[in-house]
Design a protein. Structure first.
Length: 330
């Protein structure tokens, strides 16, 4: 039997039933744990600390799940394990999901961890990029594959991309530190963190603050799972919600747990602490304060559709399915 996730109402019902059974001298047998996979989008780090917190506190086991956290990475794409059923949920991003759906994958976005996209332009304080117009005349280090991202930002802000010199670089802060480029296209939570750990604080301009609306670290599931495995989806995503709410209350503790859980991953504790703090404004907003972790609105979906169109992806609002979150937060 598929276990039913515990809501406040069900806990009250279970308590009443337990009292009645106790009075009769009866004991309920323990429910079997249902094995499920959660496919992470990258290598283990504090980026997924909410999941580690949920597992450590046995919140998934208490809800009837035995969860395996499947590490991602450059050679471990998120979408295939979810289609194959190896993972019940995958952590992806709206553009990757849109691309997979265009190829026939039956995905829906069921939760949004990062309310703000983490893409940023990092620069030096002596030669800052604070608004998109500052890019004109600058050399930007980036992967050529991310050119559509830069083009979308320029289009959204009426900046002539022809005035920006793209310098293909590896994903490293070194070209900026060496003066080979004026700025870098990167994630707010990694290269700027690495620079600060070297004692060189960077200026960062979040693309999300200038019209680039694209949900990141999104939870995806198949339409079949949403139709037929709802209880497991609610239990799995519900554990994530509790984990991330706990993370927000003490990001340093989340970093310590991450490093202790993966001692062979080469993680530096102080770097993980700084990354953990810098993730908070990306993951929590007035919207999540009002409605709960992972939430989105019709307005944010419309903004995502506009950005995806600039990236060459045509999607409709039904790519997002909020029914699982509504059951969790209801």
């Amino acid at each position: 039997m598929t276990p039913i996730p515990l809501t406040r109402r069900r806990l009250m019902q279970a308590g009443a039933a337990g009292l009645a059974l106790g009075g009769l001298g009866l004991v309920r047998p323990a429910a079997a744990q249902v094995p499920v996979g959660l496919q992470l989008s990258w290598l283990h780090s504090v980026q997924f600390a909410g999941s580690y917190i949920a597992r450590k506190n046995n919140w998934w086991r208490d809800a009837g799940l035995e969860v395996t956290l499947l590490q991602g990475g450059p050679n471990a794409p998120v979408e295939p394990p979810v289609v194959a059923g190896t993972a019940l949920i995958g952590i992806s991003a709206a553009d990757y999901t849109a691309a997979a759906v265009a190829q026939g994958a039956p995905f829906r976005i069921i939760g949004v961890a990062m309310q703000k996209n983490p893409f940023a332009i990092a620069s030096m304080p002596a030669n800052p990029v604070r608004v998109p117009a500052d890019l004109v005349g600058k050399r930007i280090g980036m992967a050529v594959a991310n050119t559509p991202v830069l083009q979308a930002l320029c289009t959204l802000n009426d900046v002539d991309i022809g005035g920006v010199q793209v310098v293909p670089t590896q994903y490293s802060a070194q070209p900026l530190l060496a003066g080979e480029v004026d700025c870098l296209l990167c994630w707010e939570t990694d290269l700027p963190v690495a620079m600060e750990m070297q004692g060189v604080p960077a200026e960062t301009m979040l693309l999300a603050d200038h019209g680039y609306a694209l949900h990141s670290q999104t939870y995806i599931a198949t339409t079949d799972s949403i139709a037929n495995r709802r209880a497991e989806l609610v239990a799995l995503l519900g554990g994530e919600v509790r984990g991330w709410d706990t993370y927000r209350a003490d990001t340093d503790a989340a970093a310590v747990l991450t490093v202790e859980t993966f001692p062979d991953a080469g993680l530096d504790l102080e770097t993980q602490k700084l990354q953990a703090r810098r993730q908070v404004p990306l993951m929590f907003s007035d919207l999540t304060q009002a409605n709960g972790f992972g939430w989105w609105s019709e307005e944010t979906v419309a903004q995502n559709i506009e950005t995806l169109a600039l990236l060459g992806r045509s999607v409709t609002p039904d790519l997002w399915d909020r029914s699982i979150l509504e059951e969790i937060h209801g």
